[in-house]
Design a protein around this ligand. Structure first.
Ligand code: CA2
Length: 144
C-alpha cells in the first residue's frame, strides 16, 4: 500500500477549539480520522503529523524521501513565510498537494502568497476540511 504523509503546521492543533466561524467545528483528530478512512477506500496508507515548529516540519519532509510516496501539507502560517519548507519539499520526489481550509485569496493580502505553491502539484483552498479528502483523491489518481 502506498504511504502518504499528511502534515499540518502551526496552530492547526487548535481546530474546532477556537474561531469555528473561520475554520469550522471539526478538530484535527476528526480530520485525521476522516482522512484515514478516505485513504483506505483509495488503497492508501496515511500517516498524520502536526507541529508548531518549522524545523520539525522540515525534518519530517526530509525523512519522507525514504518513507512516503506523496505528501499532503497544510503549512498554516508558514505557507506565507517559509523558504525552508519550500526547499525541503523541493528535495522530495513524489507528488505534493497543498491544502488550505480557508480560501486564502479571499482573506488578508499577506495570505495571498504561498511559498509552498511554487512546489505543489496541486493547491486546494477554501473547501473547508473536505480539502484533505480532495487532496487524497487527487493523489490516488497521480500515484496510479
Ligand atoms: O486556511 C488554512 O488552512 C490556513 O493554512 C490556516 C492558517 C493560516 O495562517 C493560513 O493563512 C491559512 C492558520 C491556522 C490556524 O488555525 C487555527 C485553528 C483554530 C483556531 C485558531 C487558529
Amino acid at each position: 500500500m502506498k504511504h502518504v504523509l499528511l502534515l499540518n503546521g502551526p496552530n492547526l492543533n487548535m481546530l474546532g477549539r477556537r474561531q469555528p466561524e473561520i475554520y469550522g467545528a471539526e478538530t484535527l483528530d476528526d480530520i485525521i480520522a476522516a482522512s484515514t478512512a478516505h485513504a483506505q477506500t483509495l488503497g492508501l496508507q496515511l500517516e498524520a503529523r502536526q507541529s508548531n515548529i518549522e524545523g520539525e516540519l522540515v525534518t519530517w519532509i526530509q525523512q519522507a524521501r525514504e518513507t512516503a510516496a506523496a505528501i499532503i501539507i497544510n503549512p498554516g502560517a508558514y505557507s506565507h513565510t517559509s523558504v525552508a519548507i519550500l526547499d525541503a519539499l523541493n528535495m522530495f520526489e513524489g507528488p505534493v498537494m497543498e491544502v488550505h481550509i480557508t480560501n486564502i485569496h479571499k482573506r488578508e493580502a499577506f495570505r495571498h502568497h504561498s511559498f509552498v505553491s511554487a512546489r505543489a502539484d496541486g493547491v486546494i483552498a477554501g473547501c473547508g476540511t473536505q480539502g484533505y479528502e480532495l487532496a487524497l483523491s487527487r493523489l490516488a489518481r497521480l500515484l496510479g
